[in-house]
Design a protein around this ligand. Structure first.
Ligand code: GDP
Ligand code: MG
Ligand code: K
Length: 301
């Protein structure tokens, strides 16, 4: 079991803005290369997780989960309705919203602006790419947003040149609520791909089997090899009794096959790559008493 300080802070940060305003560049600056690569394609129902950052600020431990919302698109598209409801959902779920704009862009998405103005979640308005503008142009833009948009703060930045990024970081962290970490910290910093892979497989087991079976098994990722065009993932599902193994396999192995296909499809969406998934169901009566977390993320190999 993980321990964390009673005043541990954690929260979801939604990064929204039109394509090309610099969201990904900003993310890399905020999280650092190391972690952002692996989470770049993470897909959950509501949030696409872009990066996770664990750290300490002013003596206080925190975990920041950055997520992306689909690009804001224009009303004439048929998709717009569902897109807007998605944006709505991720806005309400977030603890802090980073609304990224570009120094030269014109804002004509009135409904998105309106939506942002109504949310209870604090919004930080970031004006990016100030390296391309004169100080006068920057002042002018700050004035424009000040008059037309109500936000917690307006911060001019250059994501590309790391200008004012510390300021953004501080503005986020000071607004995080006290909350336990959403994702296990130790495991995640080192091998988050394995963590996500095991979570996805677990989710499919919960979907396909009823009663106590999902609770009596554990998913262990024993191999994770990323090649040019495919990721080869080896997994073991540990159960305590032979009867549970039989249920998991199903008649002629049908059930485990179905679960495996669903998991593979989800893993492919998640990692944005073809996945070859191997699954073994093993009876291991004492898996609960073992060094669970360590084993789960493959530290024993
Ligand atoms: P996203 O679509 O919002 O994720 O935008 P990206 O982060 O992919 O950036 C789009 C383009 O803008 C890339 O070519 C970046 O290098 C560039 N860019 C991002 N931030 C800045 C910045 O602060 N200044 C300048 N000049 N270019 C930037
Ligand atoms: Mg991007
Ligand atoms: K990923």
């Amino acid at each position: 079991n993980e321990t964390y300080a009673p005043d541990h802070k954690a929260g979801y940060v939604s990064i929204i803005g039109k394509p090309n305003v610099g969201k990904s560049t900003l993310m890399n600056e905020l999280v650092g290369e190391r972690l952002s690569i692996i989470t770049s394609k993470a897909q959950t129902t509501r949030h696409r997780i872009m990066g996770i950052l664990n750290g300490v600020h002013d003596g206080q431990e925190f975990q920041l989960v950055y997520s992306d919302t689909p690009g804001i698109i224009k009303p004439q598209y048929r998709l717009h309705e569902s897109m807007m409801s998605f944006v709505r959902g991720s806005l309400e779920d977030a603890d802090v919203i980073l609304f990224v704009t570009d120094i030269f862009e014109k804002y004509d998405e009135d409904d998105v602006i309106e939506r942002l103005q109504k949310t209870q979640t604090p919004v930080l308005l970031l004006i990016n790419k100030i390296d391309l503008a004169t100080p006068e142009q920057v002042d002018e833009k700050i004035k424009y947003w000040n008059e037309s948009f109500k936000s917690e703060a307006i911060i001019p930045i250059s994501a590309l040149n790391s200008v004012n990024i510390k300021h953004v970081f501080k503005a986020i962290v000071t607004r995080l609520p006290v909350h336990p970490p959403y994702f296990p910290k130790d495991e995640l910093t080192d091998r988050p791909e394995r963590f996500f892979a095991s979570e996805i497989i677990r989710e499919k087991i919960f979907l396909n089997y009823k009663k106590e079976v999902p609770y009596s098994c554990e998913v262990v990722i024993t191999g994770f090899k990323e090649k040019d065009d495919i990721i080869v993932i080896q997994s073991e599902i540990l159960v305590e009794r032979a009867t549970q193994r039989a249920i998991l396999l199903g008649e002629g192995g049908k059930m485990i096959k179905k679960t495996g296909i669903m998991a593979r499809e989800e893993l492919e969406r998640f990692f944005g790559k073809k996945v070859f998934l191997e699954q073994y169901v093993k009876v291991e009566p004492d898996w609960r008493t073992k060094e669970r977390a360590l084993k789960r993320f493959g530290y024993e190999d």
